[in-house]
Each structure stands twice: as structure tokens, then as C-alpha cells.
Design a protein around this ligand. Structure first.
Ligand SMILES: NC(=O)C1=CN([C@@H]2O[C@H](COP(=O)(O)OP(=O)(O)OC[C@H]3O[C@@H](n4cnc5c(N)ncnc54)[C@H](OP(=O)(O)O)[C@@H]3O)[C@@H](O)[C@H]2O)C=CC1
Ligand SMILES: O=C(O)C1=N[C@H](C(=O)O)C[C@H](O)C1
Length: 244
């Protein structure tokens, strides 16, 4: 039996350590890992699948290496801009790619619930998304908050870019109907809390998820990477991996 070899981009980071710890439990093996200054071409050559939890600045070289060797890739890095998504779409013409702001089962299901709730509730229900992460996190709103915002916007049949409101401060004026607000808290060692609030007249619905540790992300990422190995070129989602 052939054991899948996994290459980690961002191997010395918090997620890199969590991933390396779980790889053997899921019947795979480590091909190796790189950090800033490492050679993605050599890693892609040695790996059956790449798993990226690093920095948006790594993406261009990583995707170029993966395309050259035809190596599928799971991208968990957050803080991506529109230019990064364009790079991912282009790479997905040649290789299997799964990019997501959250690889956990709980958030994958939560996104479905949020989309459904947003589709059923009218625009008079204000949608606010809050997230709380550890003091080391460098991007805001979190990738998960944006993913949940996309789900809410899809439920309402609008693009998130049109509805998104972040960073309220000062004399903001009253809230505009139909907007989707984001707020970010940073502190301590919180692995990742997310809450989506539907605030109506006289009542509120709150849907949320709390990650208690990074092992849930590591398990979700390696499960997705193993699923990706034999997939044809294209862009995939965690809902397809987990069947939710
Ligand atoms: N999608 C999901 O479910 C999850 C996503 N994440 C995301 O994963 C990312 C990493 O998180 P975390 O592990 O906490 O962060 P860390 O800062 O702990 O680790 C990031 C690692 O990436 C490395 N790195 C930086 N630049 C490059 C580069 N150009 N090429 C290769 N490696 C590079 C860093 O190396 P060096 O120190 O040498 O700079 C570091 O080892 C974040 O974007 C985070 O939001 C996290 C958890 C779950
Ligand atoms: O940086 C983190 O730690 C996390 N990042 C992801 C995000 O931006 O949503 C996922 C998770 O919440 C942990």
C-alpha cells in the first residue's frame, strides 16, 4: 500500500506543529516542511499533496511550484486578497486546490446553517459577525468570519462586498439595512471563536462555533489533503470533503 506523503508550508508555525503531530494518526507520512526562505519546488517534488498554513506572501511561489509538479494543494492560510483568489482560480485549471478559511467540521456545517437562516430571514434582521482569536493573529477579520459572511450574503442573494461593514468607530450614523457587520477581538490563547448574530425587532438568533484547540484544524486539514490526492484539477470545498 502506498502511504501519502504530505508537504507542509509553514511547518515551524503553530499550525505546522499541530499538522505534523496528527499526520501519522491519519495513516499518512511527512514529506517535509518549509518556512520563509524555503524551497517550495523541492517540497512539491517530494510530496503527494501540499498543505499551506503560512502567509499570503508565500502563495505565488507555492502555487507555481505545485503547478510545475502537478501536486494538489490545500490552502488554509487566511488574509488573502482578491489577487490571491485570482492566482488560486488560475492554478485550479491545472491542479486540484482546496482553499478555505476554516477546515473544521463544525464551521463547515455552521456556514450551511448561516446561509439557510439568512435566506429565510428578511433584510430587517441585522447580521453581525464577531470573532475572537489569540494575541498572535495577524489578519482581521478572520478567514472564518469572512467565510461566514459569504455564506450569509449568499443566503440573501447579494455579493458580500456590497454589504460588508467593518471597523466601526466614531460618529458612524445609524446602521444601514441589509449590511453585514464584522468585529474582531484579539487576546490570550483563544484558538478561534465565531458568532453570527441575526438581530431582529425584539429578538435575536445567535449561531456560533468555538474551537477548543488546533487539533481540530489539523485533523480537518489532513483529512482534506488525503481526499484531494486523486482529484482532477479544479477548486474544491470542505463541504465536499466532509459531505455536509
Ligand atoms: N483555514 C483554517 O482552518 C486555519 C487557518 N489558519 C491560518 O493559517 C496561517 C498560519 O497560522 P499559524 O500557524 O497560527 O501562524 P504562525 O505564524 O505560527 O506560522 C506561520 C508559519 O508560516 C511561515 N511562513 C511565513 N512566510 C512564509 C513563506 N513565504 N513561505 C513559507 N513559510 C512561510 C512562518 O515562518 P517564519 O517564522 O520563518 O516566517 C511560520 O513558520 C494563518 O493565516 C492562519 O490564519 C490557522 C488555523 C486554522
Ligand atoms: O489564525 C488562527 O489561529 C485561525 N485562523 C483561521 C481564521 O482566520 O479564521 C481559522 C481559525 O479560526 C484559527
Amino acid at each position: 500500500m502506498c502511504v501519502t506523503a504530505i508537504g507542509i508550508i509553514g511547518s515551524a508555525g503553530r499550525m505546522g506543529h499541530a499538522l505534523a503531530a496528527i499526520v501519522p494518526d491519519l495513516g499518512a507520512t511527512l514529506a517535509g516542511g518549509i518556512d520563509a526562505g524555503g524551497d517550495p519546488a523541492a517540497l512539491a517534488h517530494d510530496s503527494d499533496v501540499l498543505v499551506d498554513f503560512s502567509s499570503p506572501s508565500a502563495l505565488e511561489r507555492t502555487l507555481a511550484a505545485a503547478r510545475r509538479t502537478g501536486t494538489p494543494i490545500l490552502i488554509g492560510t487566511t488574509g488573502l486578497a482578491a489577487t490571491h483568489h485570482a492566482m488560486i482560480d488560475a492554478a485550479a485549471a491545472d491542479i486540484a486546490v482546496l482553499q478555505t478559511g476554516n477546515v473544521s467540521l463544525g464551521v463547515t456545517l455552521l456556514a450551511k446553517l448561516v446561509r439557510d437562516a439568512a435566506a429565510r430571514l428578511g433584510p430587517e434582521w441585522d447580521i453581525e459577525i464577531s470573532e475572537f482569536h489569540h494575541r498572535h493573529k495577524v489578519d482581521a477579520p478572520s478567514g472564518t468570519a469572512l467565510l461566514l459572511g459569504e455564506a450569509a450574503a449568499a443566503g440573501r442573494g447579494i455579493p458580500l462586498a456590497e454589504a460588508r461593514v467593518a471597523d466601526r468607530a466614531g460618529l458612524t450614523g445609524a446602521r444601514s439595512e441589509g449590511t453585514i457587520g464584522f468585529s474582531s477581538l484579539r487576546g490570550g490563547s483563544v484558538a478561534g471563536d465565531h458568532q453570527v448574530i441575526f438581530a431582529g425587532e425584539g429578538e435575536r438568533i445567535e449561531l456560533g462555533h468555538r474551537a477548543e484547540n488546533r487539533a481540530i484544524f489539523a485533523r480537518g486539514a489532513i483529512t482534506a489533503a488525503l481526499w484531494l490526492v486523486d482529484k482532477p484539477a479544479g477548486r474544491y470545498g470542505m463541504d465536499e470533503v466532509l459531505g455536509v
